[in-house]
Write a protein that binds this ligand. Structure first.
Ligand SMILES: NC(=O)c1ccc[n+]([C@@H]2O[C@H](COP(=O)([O-])OP(=O)(O)OC[C@H]3O[C@@H](n4cnc5c(N)ncnc54)[C@H](OP(=O)(O)O)[C@@H]3O)[C@@H](O)[C@H]2O)c1
Length: 258
């Protein structure tokens, strides 16, 4: 699985998403993160076609929406996502949110897809430790990935450690805190020191935490900037300063409310 991908949570204007996907693939991204609820899977599929890059070179993630959960519904939802994306398999299919009444049957459907080799990997999203513990009581396939919100402002070292112990790859979403922290003093001083933007520092923090990181942008220059993070490394001291910014700042819902 690529370590850095394009998040594409953006209903957007017509063609905004397909253009962004094409620019990202031209820049070197090989992971695209979408979901049926983002209502842009058609455009993601079109962007991939327009790029001319082979399907097998791109890692595509999509997610079962909350309204699509349940055994039969999930199997149907998977087929519909494939159709919209114009592909015959996904690299990773996730349970988008742990909906109490349906998450068990939804997982069973993902296991069916996996056992039938219709999807390369299955995983979860927004699962905190209690959700994972519950899942382990009935799952026969370990989720390959858990995607949850992560940034220095919402740092969850215990959940990261738990995922690692269970051999689940953690993936961090909203790594840029949707731009709400670009002027944070600590972040700015670290960015100046490395001659990088605060956005690039946030992405680098995620990568150095061992997270698969999926910043969203539909702007060509920013898509390129967010991928230009391989020529510097944050020191241990700077990582610790960033970890200390944790203040439970969320842009999405708290999974414990589900
Ligand atoms: N599993 C889940 O429940 C879940 C929930 C939320 C998000 N996600 C995934 O994670 C992805 C990323 O999270 P997110 O979209 O919430 O937010 P994000 O990546 O933290 O931030 C995106 C925002 O930052 C701006 N931006 C991006 N790069 C920038 C740069 N270099 N300089 C200045 N501004 C920049 C973008 O605007 P422009 O587009 O104009 O550049 C956009 O407004 C989503 O797209 C989605 O794929 C998953």
């Amino acid at each position: 699985m690529p370590r850095l991908g394009l998040g594409i949570y953006a209903p957007g204007e017509k063609n905004e998403v397909s253009r962004a996907v094409r620019w990202a693939l031209e820049t070197g991204y090989r992971l695209i993160d979408t979901a049926s609820v983002y209502q842009n899977e058609e455009e993601v599929g079109r962007g991939m076609k327009d790029s001319g890059i082979q399907r097998s070179e791109v890692f595509i993630t999509s997610k079962v929406g909350n309204d699509e959960q349940g055994y039969d519904q999930t199997l149907r939802a998977y087929d519909q996502s494939l159709k919209r994306l114009q592909t015959d398999y996904l690299d990773l299919y996730l349970v988008h949110w742990p909906i109490r009444d349906t998450r068990k049957e939804t997982w069973r459907a993902l296991e069916t897809l996996y056992n039938e080799k219709r999807v390369r990997a299955i995983g979860v999203s927004n699962y905190y430790q209690p959700h994972l513990e519950e899942l382990f009581a009935y799952a026969s396939v370990v989720p390959a990935v858990n995607q949850f919100e992560q940034s220095p402002f919402l740092y969850r070292p215990e959940l990261l450690a738990y995922c690692r112990e269970k051999h689940i790859q953690p993936e961090g979403y909203s790594p840029l805190v949707r731009g709400r922290k670009e002027s944070n003093e600590v972040l700015e001083s670290i960015a100046t020191q490395y001659e990088k933007s605060t956005y690039q520092v946030l992405i680098r923090w995620g990568l150095q935490q061992g997270l698969v990181t999926i910043p969203k942008s539909t702007n060509q220059k920013r898509i390129q900037e967010n991928f230009d993070v391989w020529d510097f490394e944050l020191s241990e001291g700077d990582m610790q300063q960033l970890n200390a910014l944790n203040a439970d700042v969320r842009v999405a819902d708290d999974p414990m409310d589900y």
